[in-house]
Design a protein around this ligand. Structure first.
Ligand code: ARG
Length: 472
């Protein structure tokens, strides 16, 4: 049997394999809500412009509300014969209200319809993610405020570099997530133009009011070029690019959690709620949630790459290739949502071991820079000379396998005779972090100030927005 929606010039139906490759309903049913919102706005506009009678308009609206209810309750039977969500909804509308349903598609095509649905879905997803990002930032900033002066080793090259505080380290991620939110907000601002009314590609001869549908759907304005409207998937790419960068941030944090929870580091402990045991090694407590956040980043990056490749050779305007935008985007943004929630859970759950972090904070001659700075400040040495003197002192300490603070004054003076006992005051890790008071530095007073700034901003924001619920 030929297709009931477009089969006028077809003698018979598609081959089974054709249907298999063509149908998108298994995944685009996720767009049901957006599709119905778009259709309601379109029908209302058709009535307002006199293209559709008020009577048909009412029938269509009531019918669409019924369809929405059926889908929400799980009472809707999706059919692969009807290819996609657009035709499934319209076909059911026809069962419910009869031939008037056929008038809904006036001055519209599935091409502008699907672009509109995808924009609405992406916008909804971006809004939900923003609330989740804010919640994760809040979890991090609260921990940072609580551990603003807990010293830990700061690393470069994963070698002990200089002592920092745990709060400072966590605030680094708050900053990253702030930029992530900025990228999503930029993407949202650019996507917020309505493609509806571009029709198949060239616009329509009906006297539609695109401003009206754009406003009804919460868009800032209609898109400017009908060809661009149906061939543009930049908004999906931009959301995926922002998601990819954010996922990389979460993955870096996850990797740190994995390191920190090893017995060798033992900087933090995760409770039973965020770890699993091994079926063979009874002593183990594995940070699976962190590993999965790290691992799931792969598919988010893959979705961006996948869609870039889908689009790169496409001539204008719409091509069915573009149907391939959906599974990757749905999966990537849902995965990101899950990763943010799991990370926020871990952050709230984690208990830093301040003694263990302090023990390692001074290891590896981490206060050597403080010593060099002291030689510059107090003895007036040029920094390069101070660096050299400090290097020799580190050499002396490591030859005896002791810390810098364990060298005797005589040993130090053998390298630089003007060194006085006052030098010992800068060799401890607390003095080291306390001295880094430059803006953005690791001094506890700076960390507390920055944590409080974020907390204020985030608590303000969470009163204004929808909170931390994940993607529906
Ligand atoms: N399922 C299609 C998609 O996701 C809808 C648009 C189909 N348009 C068309 N002319 N066949 O892209």
């Amino acid at each position: 049997m030929s297709n009931r929606m477009w089969g006028g010039r077809f003698g018979s139906g598609p081959a089974e394999i054709m249907q298999e490759i063509n149908a998108s309903i298994d995944f685009d049913k996720r767009l049901a809500d957006q599709d119905i919102r778009g259709s309601l706005a379109h029908a209302e506009m058709l009535v307002a412009t006199g293209i559709l009678s008020a009577e048909d308009g009412v029938a269509i609206r009531t019918g669409l509300e019924t369809v929405r209810g059926e889908i929400e309750r799980g009472d809707f039977s999706f059919s692969r014969d009807l290819e996609d969500i657009h035709m499934n909804v319209e076909s059911r509308l026809r069962d419910l209200i009869g031939p008037a349903a056929g008038r809904l598609h006036t001055a519209r095509s599935r091409n502008d319809q699907v672009a509109t649905d995808m924009k609405l879905w992406t916008r909804d997803a971006v809004d939900a993610l923003d609330g989740q990002f804010a919640d994760l930032q809040l979890a991090l900033a609260e921990k940072a405020a609580a551990f603003a002066d807990a010293v830990m080793p700061g690393f470069t090259h994963l070698q002990s570099a200089q002592p920092v505080t745990f709060g400072h380290h966590l605030l680094a991620y708050v900053e990253m997530l702030g930029r992530d939110r900025g990228r999503f907000a930029d993407a949202r601002r650019r996507l917020n133009e309505c493609p509806l009314g571009a029709a198949a590609l060239a616009g329509t001869s009906f006297p539609i009011d695109r401003r009206r549908t754009a406003a009804a759907l919460g868009f800032d304005r209609p898109t400017a070029n009908s060809l661009d409207s149906v061939s543009d998937r930049d908004f999906v790419l931009e959301a995926l690019a922002a998601a990819a960068i954010a996922a990389v941030h979460l993955s870096r944090f996850a990797e740190e959690v994995v390191l920190w929870t090893t017995p060798q580091f033992a900087f933090v402990r995760l409770s039973d709620a965020f770890t699993t045991g091994s079926s063979i090694m009874p002593q183990k407590r594995n940070p699976d949630a962190a590993e999965l956040v790290r691992g799931k980043t792969g598919r988010i990056l893959g979705a961006l790459q996948g869609l870039l490749v889908v689009l790169k050779g496409l001539p204008l305007a719409y091509g069915k290739d573009m149907q391939e935008d959906k599974e990757g985007a749905f999966d990537a943004l849902h995965t990101l949502s899950l990763c943010i929630a799991a990370t926020a859970g871990m952050v709230r759950d984690m208990e830093p071991d301040c003694d263990a972090m302090r023990r390692w904070a001074g290891a590896g001659y981490a206060t050597a820079t403080d010593l060099a700075d002291w030689l510059v400040r107090v003895l007036g040495l040029p920094f390069r000379d101070a660096h050299h003197v400090t290097g020799r002192l580190v050499g002396a300490a490591s030859a005896r396998a002791v810390g810098l603070e364990e060298l005797t004054l005589a040993e130090m003076q053998a390298v630089e005779p003007r060194i006085s006992p006052e030098v010992f005051s800068v060799l401890g890790v607390d003095a080291s972090v306390r001295s880094r008071t430059s803006e953005g530095g690791t001094a506890p007073e700076q960390v507390r100030r920055q944590a409080n700034l974020w907390l204020e901003r985030l608590r303000e924001g969470s009163r204004a927005s929808g909170g931390a619920g994940g993607l529906a």
